[in-house]
Design a protein around this ligand. Sequence first.
Ligand SMILES: CC(C)[C@@](O)(CC(=O)O)C(=O)O
Ligand code: SF4
Length: 732
Amino acid sequence: MTSTYSTLTGKSRTSCCTHLIHEVCTPQAFDGLRAAGRSVRRPDCTLATVDHNVPTAHRGKTALIVDPESRAQCEAMDRNVREFGISYFGLQDARQGIVHVVGPEQGFTLPGITCVCGDSHTSTHGAFGALAFGIGTSEVEHVLATQTLMQKKSKNMRITIDGTLPEGVDSKDLVLHIISVIGASGGNGCVIEYAGSVIRGLSMEARMSVCNMSIEAGSRSGMIAPDDTTFSYLRNRHLAPKGQEWDRAVAYWRTLKSDEGVKFDVEVHISASDIVPVVTWGTSPQDVVPITGTVPNPATFSDPDRRKAAKRALQYMDLVPGTRMASIRVDNVFIGSCTNGRIEDLRAAANIVRAAGADAAVAAGVRAMVVPGSSLVKRQAEAEGLDAVFRRAGFDWREAGCSMCVGMNEDQLGPGKRCASTSNRNFEGRQGAGGRTHLMSPSMAAAAALRGTLTDARQFRLSSSQAAVAIEPLTPEQLGVTLALSDVRSRTSPVIHQPAAQAPTSSALGKVLRVLKGIAAPIYIENVDTDMIIPKQFLKTISRTGMARGLFYNLRNDVNSGAAVDFILDMAPYDKAVILVSTGKNFGCGSSREHAAWSLEDFGIRCIIAPSFGDIFRNNCFQNCMLPIELDVETCRSLAQDAAAGIEFTVDLESQEINCGDREGSPIQFTIDSFRRNCLLNGYDNIAATMQHAESIAEFERQRTTNWPWLDGVGYKSQKEGKSSGNHSMDW
Ligand SMILES: CC(C)[C@@](O)(CC(=O)O)C(=O)O
Ligand code: SF4
């Protein structure tokens, strides 16, 4: 399936059709462009929004954001979109929202495209039969400058779910179940195709929730072949093709499916009847248990690493094995995020409140927030009366944004507080330092809010008279959107900057790595996620330096007092470590934040050895001239022993060997992609190298205009036709 979707302009460069951007992972990329005197190649294929830092208590000017760092990031976005001529849904725009809600909502996400964004949940857009994946900030810069990316073909995995989902089981239960089956690293290196009768029967919203969480199964990208459900969702969306172009597009989109009898690298079959409403109990999205179940006993896990991880998770979550999940009290409820902040999710949650009767109320002591995924979702929900249902029961009805999914704004979970959340990550400290997250579906979160404990939502049955009346999506006029919608994708006038003297561009520029000699620090944690490597408060910067302070912050500092606690990287000789050795697999999983690589590098780490890596993190390391080495678990464990003994390591990239003392089996050979190896050995400006292929990129764009004209923005079209596009009003 993937080969149908990836459109190659060169041996290893993928042309990106659409590029979504938000304020957290882009300021450094725009600075890179400015410093090198580069413009944005395809402003018409780039769409910007602000979502992570925005307050959800009010809407207004960016200048009203109280937190100075959050404000600085949003203002940087305001500046960058103006300067580089990019369509933008700013804080005052009625179309603002979470980047992964906004793209599909506008019809910017279409079948057959390659869609990228500096955000791991870009996998969401795969629900439309797009090859959609998250990238780091250096790659964002590469895409802005060239509209292409260096890519290696992924492995293919197909997950087929057949049968009928039992009553009360929704798409969130389905995807959490999938992650529990294949594990948080199960999809490493793969693009997943979701198939089978259950997937075919899902709405677009539900498909997006499933694809969204592909990254939580270790896969950068998940996709679903487009069908009539897809087409009817897209028809009449603002940026979807219209008229004859629509017919032509649909005819093409219908061809986008896996060939009969095609061979996948990995096949997984799941029976729908095995799936029940679930919640998570631990600190990885794979820690899933039926809501009717109990907290598992780590001793029952056969894998020693899993056992260790489970013990650590239970300690963090303050849970005792054998406790009934449905007896666990919660302090907070969060309904929202790019996984479950869409209109269907809000309807599902509101239905539980309706089913609980006219005097349903949020349990005493619980704070429950409903945060729509976009401002348009919010208006739609209000038109359907959902806000009234929530408010009457004591829920807090908020403005759109990422909110407590990540807590980069004021919406944070306090230390020791427990949250029933519809978001996608239950990592340590994800929703707030020391906060404890249980992931679940919107109906289960609503049920938890009413009962005050994790609750089986099947207890709330809706009579037909209580059922919500879903209404057709409102038109822009009904929604009161008065802004000039036609302005979207119209920006065409690239601004060429003069290179600033000696300013750095792509982060790896000028750096090389040949032989690395020094101390290695062992880390014994499974699934080290990038939230753990650098928590969210350190992402609120517009620079790429000075991040060592944030490295493993929550492991190095007491969550309440902030005082330093014993952590390996603060103890001699490991405070001088240049290498990390992880015994746990899936190092760097989760968020795409390149800040994780930057903070390691700033500390002095140039090489990480682990049994496997999160795909985006691995790329981010290479982009910063750092070497991720993958070795089998046994070898990692024995290298960790050497590291623990304080033995000095020598990593030689030329000979692809690791030497540590005169240990048995030394030197250890490792393999590495030859292109990446060359880049590290010689130092390489990826963007300049790609720009040498400018003619083939242009040729590809010409073919694209001929074959798929609907992928060009209006401004680009008129520019090609020699018409001026400069008279659009600027709607930010
Ligand atoms: C930017 C960041 C906060 C992010 O959105 C990034 C990501 O997931 O890639 C996240 O959810 O961790
Ligand atoms: S995962 Fe959370 S923080 Fe990241 S884009 Fe989605 S809603 Fe925003």
